[in-house]
Design a protein around this ligand. Structure first.
Ligand code: NOJ
Length: 458
C-alpha cells in the first residue's frame, strides 16, 4: 500500500472543542515556549531560543494543526484524487477519554467514526495509531508514563478504541516513536516533559512496552481479524571507519535507538549487549524488568519504521554509550533532517535480517524544506520530488530483494504542526495557510499521485 500520514495533535486543531481535554503537547507548547525551537535557525544560533509562555494564536501552539477536524472531508477528497490507498492517522486519547480513564466522550468517537467511514467509503485503508505523543494532561499530572498504573490506563483506552472502531479498522499501531517520548522526553531533555534522567527514561520506556503488550494481548483476545504493531524510528547508522570498535559502536547505536523498543515487542527481551556492556543502561534499569516482560510478552504482527536521516558513529570509551557521532559523509545545507535515501535501504535491510523477515511498513519518510514564506515557491518543490523519487527507488530495490515490505507512507499529508518547530517546518504534500486553512497541492503531490496511480517510479 502507498499513501500519506499525519497525527491527531499535529493535524486536527480544535484542541479544546467538543469535550477534548488538554494533552501534554498542548500544555508544554503553551507553557514552555522556550523549549520549543524557533525552527531551523535554532540549530545554528542559541541566542534565538525564546522563553516563557506562548501567546494565543502563536506559531508555537498546536491549536490549529492543519484544520483537519473541520476539513477532514476535503482532505480525504484530496487523498482520493491522489490515488493513494492508505492513510495513517492517530486517535487523540484526550478527545476520546478527556479524563484519561473513565467516561468516554461520544463526540470524540463520533468524529473518528466519520473519518474512518469516509476513508473506507473512498477505498482508503485507515492505518490507526492509538498514541502519537498526546497523553492527556490529567494523566501526566498523576505521573504519566512513570506511574505503574500507566499500562492499565492505556489498556482501558485501547479497549474503548477497539470496541468502537475495531469492526472496520484492520491495521493498528500502539505507540509512535517511543524512543522520542521516553528517551528524548525523560533523558535527553529535548522533548516534553524535558526531564534529564536515564532512570526515568528507562522506566517510561519499560512501562510503555508493558502497555503495548497489554493492548496487543487485548486486541488478539477480541478476535477482530486485523493486525497490530508499533511504530519505531531510527536513523541509518554507519561506522566512521573500519575499526572493529566502530562496527561495535554501530550495533550499540541501533540497539539503543531502535532495538530497545522493537526487540521486546517482537521477542520479549531487551538487547543483551547493552545490558551486559553498558553500565549506564544496566545500572538504571527498573527492578524486575525481565519478570515483567515475561509476564506480559506477546509478539506484535509488524514493525512500523519512521525513517528520515542517517548518521555516522565511532567508538569512544569516555561516553555513556561508548560511542559518539562522527561527521556525516553527506550534507544538505539548510535542511534539518539531512536526507540520505540509501539509508532507507540499509535500515529496512537491518530490520529484515535481525527480525527474520518480519512484515515492515515504512510509516513515515518525509522532507521539510526551509520555509520560504511564499506560496508559489513553497508549492514548487523540486527537492521534495527528488526526495520522494530517490526513497521510492530504495523501496523498489527492497521489494526486489524479497523484503516483506507492506507499505510506504509519506510524512506528511499536509503542512501541519511540527512538535518543536510549530508551523515553521513544512513537510506536507499539500501547502496549508495556517491562518485561514486554505490548501493547495504542491508539485510533489502531483508527482506522488502519478506514482500512486501508475506504481512506477521515474
Ligand atoms: C516523527 C514524528 O512521528 C512526527 O510527529 C514528526 O512530525 C516527524 N517525525 C518529523 O519530525
Amino acid at each position: 500500500m502507498i499513501g500519506t500520514a499525519n497525527s491527531a495533535f499535529q493535524s486536527e486543531g480544535a484542541w479544546d472543542r467538543d469535550g477534548k481535554s488538554e494533552s501534554i503537547m498542548d500544555y508544554f507548547a503553551k507553557e514552555y515556549a522556550g523549549k520549543f525551537s524557533p525552527g531551523v535557525a535554532k540549530k545554528n544560533k542559541n541566542g534565538l531560543i525564546k522563553s516563557g509562555r506562548s501567546l494565543e494564536n502563536s506559531e508555537d501552539l498546536p491549536d490549529r494543526g492543519c484544520f483537519f477536524y473541520d476539513n477532514y472531508e476535503a482532505y480525504i477528497e484530496d487523498m482520493v484524487k491522489t490515488g493513494q490507498n492508505v492513510y495513517r492517522l492517530s486517535l487523540a486519547w484526550p478527545r476520546i477519554i478527556p479524563t484519561g480513564v473513565g467516561e468516554v466522550n461520544p463526540k470524540g468517537i463520533e468524529f473518528y467514526n466519520k473519518v474512518i467511514n469516509k476513508l473506507l467509503e473512498k477505498g482508503i485503508t485507515p492505518f490507526v495509531d492509538l498514541y502519537h505523543w498526546d497523553l492527556p494532561m490529567c494523566l501526566f499530572d498523576k505521573g504519566g508514563f512513570l506511574n505503574p498504573e500507566y499500562p492499565a490506563w492505556f489498556e482501558a483506552y485501547a479497549k474503548v478504541c477497539f470496541e468502537a472502531f475495531g469492526d472496520r479498522v484492520k491495521l493498528w499501531s500502539t505507540f509512535n516513536e517511543t524512543q522520542i517520548s521516553a528517551n528524548s522526553g525523560y533523558c535527553a531533555g529535548n522533548f516534553p516533559p524535558f526531564h534529564e534522567s536515564k532512570k526515568e527514561a528507562l522506566l517510561a520506556a519499560h512501562n510503555t512496552i508493558i502497555a503495548h503488550y497489554r493492548a496487543v494481548r487485548l486486541y488478539k483476545s477480541m478476535n477482530l481479524g486485523g493486525k497490530i504493531g508499533a511504530v519505531n524510528c531510527t536513523r541509518a547508522i554507519h561506522p566512521a571507519g573500519m575499526r572493529e570498535e566502530d562496527i561495535e559502536a554501530v550495533q550499540i547505536q541501533y540497539n539503543n535507538a531502535f532495538d530497545w523498543y522493537t526487540q521486546p515487542m517482537l521477542e520479549g527481551t531487551y538487547p543483551q549487549k547493552l545490558l551486559r556492556e553498558i553500565p549506564y543502561v544496566a545500572d538504571n534499569m527498573p527492578e524486575n524488568f525481565q519478570a515483567e516482560l515475561d509476564q506480559w510478552f506477546i509478539p506484535m504482527d509488524f514493525v512500523g519504521l519512521n525513517y528520515y536521516s542517517a548518521a555516522r558513529t565511532q567508538f569512544d570509551p569516555t561516553k555513556n554509550l561508548k560511542s559518539k557521532a562522527a561527521e556525516p559523509f553527506f550534507s544538505s545545507p539548510g535542511q534539518q533532517f539531512i536526507p540520505y535515501p540509501p539509508g532507507l535501504f540499509d535500515t529496512v535491510m537491518y530490520i529484515h535480517e535481525k527480525y527474520r523477515g518480519v512484515d515492515i511498513y515504512i510509516t513515515e519518510n518525509g522532507c521539510a524544506l526551509p520555509n520560504i514564506n511564499d506560496q508559489e515557491k513553497e508549492c514548487d518543490d523540486p527537492e521534495r520530488i527528488t526526495y520522494i523519487r530517490e526513497h521510492l527507488r530504495m523501496v523498489c530495490r527492497l521489494l526486489k530483494c524479497g523484503v516483506n515490505l507492506k507499505g510506504y507512507m509519506y510524512w506528511n499529508d499536509s503542512d501541519s504542526y511540527e512538535e518543536l518547530d510549530g508551523y515553521r517546518l513544512r513537510f506536507g504534500l499539500t501547502w496549508v495557510d495556517h491562518q485561514t486553512g486554505e490548501r493547495r497541492w504542491k508539485k510533489s503531490r502531483h508527482y506522488f499521485s502519478q506514482i500512486c496511480k501508475t506504481r512506477l517510479v521515474n
